[in-house]
Design a protein around this ligand. Structure first.
Ligand code: OFO
Length: 171
């Protein structure tokens, strides 16, 4: 059975993951509005991954006899000054999520909840990948600068990203 502090922290993380999903859905719409369909496709995969993160938390809470409680999701930004500004936001956001996962891990450790610590290890590793993926696109955008042909090449590259369905992911 989950202790109250751990259950509350896990529930709060469901909300954070749903917000991440909403933020990236909003970015997908922004990229469509500036005719960068590859960036938009990259964001759609990100939306799906964030929903998966929320569902993993939900399933874990339920499997431990807890009750998943859903709350209102904050309204995400709708516009960014440039693709660079959007990806600066992505990296900043992922760093905030990493900090949240780390503090969740500390709560689980303080409560001596070893099962939750093991479960959260997947999120710790995932955050390394999330920050690396955002950082890579951000670095390329900085190199590209105002070169529109570079931007279109990156758009084509990002458009190749595909979502790996949950059953094929190492969980
Ligand atoms: Fe982007 O990793 Fe979840 O929130």
């Amino acid at each position: 059975m989950l202790k109250t502090k751990v259950a509350e922290a896990l529930n709060s993380q469901i909300n954070a993951e749903l917000y991440s999903s909403s933020l990236y859905f909003s970015m997908e719409s922004y990229f469509h509005s500036v005719s960068l369909s590859g960036f938009a496709a990259w964001m759609r995969v990100q939306v799906q991954e964030e929903l998966l993160h929320a569902m993993k938390l939900y399933d874990f809470i339920v499997s431990r006899g807890g009750r998943a409680v859903l709350e209102a999701i904050a309204k995400p930004d709708a516009d960014w000054d440039s693709p660079l500004a959007a990806f600066e936001h992505v990296l900043r956001h992922e760093e905030e999520i990493t900090a949240r996962i780390n503090s969740l891990m500390e709560i689980a450790a303080a409560e001596q909840d070893h099962a939750t610590k093991i479960f959260l290890q997947w999120f710790v590793s995932e955050q390394v990948e999330e920050e690396a993926a955002a950082g890579e696109v951000l670095s390329k955008l900085r190199l590209i600068g105002k070169d529109s042909s570079g931007l279109f090449l990156l758009d084509a590259e990002l458009g190749k990203r595909i979502f790996t369905p949950p059953r094929q992911q190492a969980a």
